[in-house]
Design a protein around this ligand. Structure first.
Ligand SMILES: Cc1cc2nc3c(=O)[nH]c(=O)nc-3n(C[C@H](O)[C@H](O)[C@H](O)COP(=O)(O)OP(=O)(O)OC[C@H]3O[C@@H](n4cnc5c(N)ncnc54)[C@H](O)[C@@H]3O)c2cc1C
Length: 577
């Protein structure tokens, strides 16, 4: 691992494969090359820990601050990338997410779930979520309690799980593995700024990186991979406009468009008839991984109703409103100044921050001292001090009332986009400008699914769900786009007119430039993106190994292992960092 600031200015480094960005995607790819003998250079803009000046290179403009957070929030420019602060919720995409659906504009991947499945299994190991199994009975055993006893529906399933990573900080976890690999070099504090193409624009000839101390280094490689996150991929492609006037891969003005996050929110009150019918918390799989059930809208119902993918979880009442009369929730409200922005967003900016409400929160705390202390101790022991952290607060409602926390697919929309702003960062690069938008289809997906779920609760006789259908759109967008999920800005497809990369994640028309990122997802699913980012990155690494093997076999070099990962997953999971 080399600090670029210590190298001589103007030096040229050459390598076989250059991976730009050491987050989930870049680190997963680098690990995949260990033991192959292929020289890899992993370039990382940040240091091993967070540095303010580096992080501010991520700052940019937002068209509507109510709809999207500033671009230097919800991502981290440092070794490990945004996995240094992620929540660790891991879910694979569903088979329906890959389909071209007539009712979902611009949908359809160039391959199906079966293509990604072998990589999901390996991605699960890297994310430390145990087996690649998301079925409740398979993971938790046939005797595990149902989520809602008495609830049966042909439209919703509560048998699908989400699994939780430690959450694994890829930077810390795989630092030693990468540092000790003889064929992987890492360049820290090196910001990729320029990609130079040959005069016809069909190949990257060299790349330039710059440090904040003013040094420039040149990288020469056979293959370049941008693994810089879903927003920064678009920024780099658009900024490099010397040969292609609209930027690289952007002959048809697709780069930066179709920007998707997820539509998420918390709504209504589910009043359950039987206090004992609910089991909505975390359960441990046999490998000791936290798992949680969710209510997922079945694929046949999505097709029949013409709506996107959707899941919901049983949730506690809105924390800011002291009417919940729960000490532990009021404790969180009162401690909001100490909770990082990304996790405390829902505690801020509410109309309820009046003195009267603060006093009501204090009263909640005082009326439930034992419950509040028990929560605090549990959190300290099982979250703050634990290596595998209890993922989030779960409250059992005394009144037997729950809200619904939903997470839904967003329709790809060419008008939802990121472009370059006129302001520049400390390295002279144009900053990003984000114009995230949602569509009527997004509102329809959520409102249709919630209405159907309310009917299904009633029909099954377990209770009734009260909510305000008129207020749903407000709730969907109350906190704006779901933070941290940056999808679709360099979408994958077969037609260069409507996509940026092909099925191998290679930029159309540029033979040695690849992208490993959620930027390539054509559609967003209901699933959080990281497990799929890692799976796609492992697939891309395998493809590059094959390309390197072909070029090496021409020069009669020793063969490169292709299908075997270059590391042993068992020993990776035992390894201490
Ligand atoms: C608060 C929060 C919670 C989250 N929770 C979840 C969750 O529960 N489940 C889930 O699936 N996802 C979650 N995410 C999203 C998850 O963190 C990302 O999906 C994942 O980290 C993306 O991986 P990546 O490698 O594509 O990008 P990143 O992890 O962002 O890594 C990109 C890397 O590229 C480097 N880089 C950028 N520009 C340059 C440049 N010009 N030159 C060199 N290097 C560069 C950056 O420094 C960084 O290290 C969360 C995100 C946040 C912020």
């Amino acid at each position: 691992m080399i600090d670029a600031r210590l190298l001589a200015n103007g030096q040229t480094l050459s390598t076989k494969v250059c991976i730009v960005g050491a987050g989930a995607a870049g680190i997963a790819m680098a690990i995949e090359f260990i033991g192959t003998g292929i020289e890899v250079l992993l370039i990382e803009a940040g240091a091993l820990s967070a540095e303010t000046e580096t992080q501010s290179l991520y700052a940019g403009a937002v068209v509507d601050a109510g709809l999207h957070s500033p671009p230097d929030r919800y991502r981290q420019r440092r070794f490990g990338g945004s996995t240094t602060i992620w929540g660790g919720r891991c879910v694979p995409f569903d088979a329906i997410d890959f389909e071209a659906r007539t009712y979902m504009a611009e949908s359809g991947w160039p391959f199906g779930l079966d293509t990604l499945e072998p990589y999901y299994a390996r991605a699960s190991a890297l994310c430390e979520i145990g087996r690649y199994s998301f079925d409740a009975t398979d993971s938790l055993g046939a005797t595990a309690r149902p989520m809602l006893r008495g609830f049966a529906s042909e439209h919703f399933s509560s048998e699908r799980l989400e699994r939780f990573s430690c959450p694994t900080d890829f930077g810390k976890r795989y630092h030693a593995l990468i540092a000790n690999a003889p064929n992987i070099n890492v360049l820290l504090n090196a910001n990729l700024t320029d990609l130079q193409l040959n005069p016809s624009g069909t190949s990257v000839t060299r790349a330039s990186t710059r440090t904040l101390t003013g040094k420039t280094l040149t990288i020469v490689a056979d293959h370049f991979v941008l693994a810089t996150g879903g927003l920064e991929v678009a920024r780099l492609l658009l900024s490099n406009d010397a040969v292609h006037r609209n930027g690289i891969g952007n002959a048809h003005d697709v780069v930066g468009r179709y920007y998707q996050c997820h539509i998420a929110g918390t709504v209504g009150t589910l009043k359950l008839a039987d206090a004992d019918c609910v089991s909505h918390g975390y359960e441990m799989s046999e490998e000791g991984v936290y798992c949680r059930r969710r209510l997922s809208l079945n694929p046949h119902t999505q097709r029949a109703l013409g709506v996107g993918n959707f899941v919901a979880r049983l949730h506690h009442p809105r924390i800011t409103d002291p009417a919940h009369r729960t000490g532990s929730l009021s404790l969180l409200f009162l401690a909001k100044a100490f909770i990082p922005y990304e996790y405390g967003k829902r505690l801020h900016g509410e109309e309820r921050s009046t003195l009267r409400n603060w006093l009501r929160h204090i009263a909640n705390l005082l009326s439930d001292p034992i419950g509040s202390c028990a929560f605090l101790l549990h959190w300290l022991r099982h979250h703050t001090l634990a290596t595998r952290k209890f993922p989030s607060i779960i409250v059992r409602s005394k009144a037997n009332h729950y809200s619904l926390d939903f997470h839904a697919e967003q329709e790809p929309n060419p008008h939802s986009r990121v472009t370059l702003d006129d302001t520049r960062d400390a390295l002279g690069m144009r900053r990003l400008r984000i114009d995230w938008r949602y569509t009527r289809k997004d509102v329809e997906t959520v409102s249709t699914a919630i209405a159907l779920l309310a009917e299904e609760f009633k029909r099954s006789g377990i209770g009734h769900f009260e909510y305000d259908p008129q207020g749903l759109e407000f709730e969907m967008t109350r906190y704006g786009a779901y933070g941290g999920h940056h999808i679709g800005t360099a979408r994958m497809g077969v037609d260069p007119k409507t996509s940026v990369v092909d099925a191998n994640c290679r930029v159309h028309g540029v033979d040695n430039l690849f992208i490993a990122s959620s930027a390539t997802f054509p559609t967003s699913s209901q699933a959080n993106p990281t497990l799929t980012i890692v799976a796609l990155s492992l697939r891309l690494a395998e493809h590059l190994k094959q390309l390197c093997s072909r070029s090496q076999s021409h020069s009669d070099a020793s063969p490169i292992p292709i299908n075997d990962p270059g590391y042993d997953l068992e020993s990776v999971s035992r390894m201490k960092v």
